[in-house]
Write a protein that binds this ligand. Structure first.
Ligand code: TYM
Length: 348
């Protein structure tokens, strides 16, 4: 089994998990395998888990307000349908807890321009016309650091693409601690684990599966029905070679490797186990097997999401209750940040 070992605490802070997903529309199999599935598993490791729909991150690029509300609810439904239990985890949307925005400002004053300039996600998202990008898109990683640090979270399960942002989070926390002469913020550990830390496009094994890819064939959406899932896997780009005996044989076969990784993550196996079990199989055989597996795992999630989406008021109630719990953790931490930084707090 490739699934992660229990979380270890590298510092004096009690272990606490935080992670977030943007409700910017269209969650994919990448989000499920790289994040949601693992978020649910983390609930069984005896550690407090806090999960957030980061709506304030989403508006760093334009979002239609009505759609954003809908997507936030859909995101919450995806968490719950993937096994995140709002009774066992804190589940909420970011904008309901103002500590995120408040701490982000402090971190804007800690992070250096030189650090932000290295962020590859900004470069990717801003594209050629960076002058027209929002200031929020540029400052985004400082808000992400605030999301995590507002809870003194120690461990953050994410996909591979968030690694650089978590390194920046560590740098911001360390600089804050150093500048103010405190040991106040933990140095967070990224948890990038399992067979699907980077699920690739079904059309191009060198590109990440992403909701922003113009081709819908490149990804499996959490809202796709069984027929669509099976059709996309059948049409996925591969090669004419059979599966090798060992993983080494997949070195220069990005598309083949991706399908093996997806199979492994869906089945809870290692990629090596999948290859060993299917050595010699051609894609004509392996793809239908993968399609059946994907449908059997994903269809119940989609059904459950659709069911939950029929009661938006209940979703809003869950998010509100989660926000109350989140606020109770974050507010005292933020108060101490204000004391450390020399802000007068004479209202309460
Ligand atoms: P976002 O919304 O782009 O993605 C949410 C999570 O899904 C993972 N992921 C993938 N994993 C594997 N393969 C893929 N193709 C794939 N695509 C997405 C991402 O790595 C992520 O874990 N900045 C974050 C959201 C965020 C956050 C945070 C995360 C805001 N604050 C604090 C952790 C802690 C983002 O844009 O993720």
């Amino acid at each position: 089994m490739s699934e992660p070992s229990a979380v270890q605490t590298p510092q004096a802070f009690p272990p606490r998990i935080f992670s977030g997903i943007q409700p910017s529309g269209g969650l994919t199999l990448g989000n499920y395998l790289g994040a949601l599935k693992r978020f649910a598993q983390k609930q069984d490791e005896g550690i407090e888990t806090i999960y957030c729909l980061v709506d304030m991150h989403a508006i760093t690029v334009w979002q239609d307000p009505a759609k954003l509300r809908q997507q936030t609810r859909e995101g919450a439904a995806a968490f719950i349908a993937s096994g995140v239990d709002p009774a066992r985890s804190v589940l909420f949307n970011q904008s309901q807890v103002s500590a995120h925005a408040e701490l982000a400002w402090i971190f804007n004053c800690v992070a250096r321009l030189g650090w932000m300039n290295r962020m590859t996600q900004f470069k990717d998202k801003a594209g050629k016309n960076a002058e027209a990008a929002s200031l929020g898109l540029y400052a985004y990683p400082a808000l992400m650091a605030a999301d995590i640090m507002a809870y003194h979270a120690t461990h953050v399960p994410v996909g591979e693409d968030q690694k650089q942002h978590l390194e920046l989070t560590r740098d911001i926390a360390a600089k804050f601690n150093h500048d103010y002469g405190v040991e106040f913020f933990p140095i967070v550990e990224p948890l990038i684990e399992g067979a699907a830390t980077r699920v690739m496009s079904l059309r191009d094994g060198t590109r990440k599966m992403s909701k922003s890819d113009p081709s819908d064939q490149s990804r499996i959406n959490l809202t796709d029905d069984a027929d669509a899932i099976a059709a996309k896997i059948r049409k996925a780009k591969t090669d004419a070679e059979p599966l090798p005996e060992t993983l080494d044989g997949l070195k220069d076969r990005a598309e083949a490797r991706n399908l093996v990784n997806i199979y492994a993550a869906l089945a809870g196996m290692t990629a090596a186990e999948v290859v060993a079990e299917n050595a010699g199989a051609l894609f004509g055989t392996f793809k239908p097997k993968l399609a059946d597996l994907a449908v059997s795992v994903m269809a119940p999630i989609t059904t459950q999401m659709n069911r939950l989406m029929q009661d938006p008021a209940e979703i809003d109630r869950i998010l509100g209750a989660g926000a109350d719990r989140a606020e109770a953790i974050a507010r005292p931490i933020l108060d101490r940040v204000y004391d450390i930084t020399g802000m007068i707090r004479s209202r309460r």
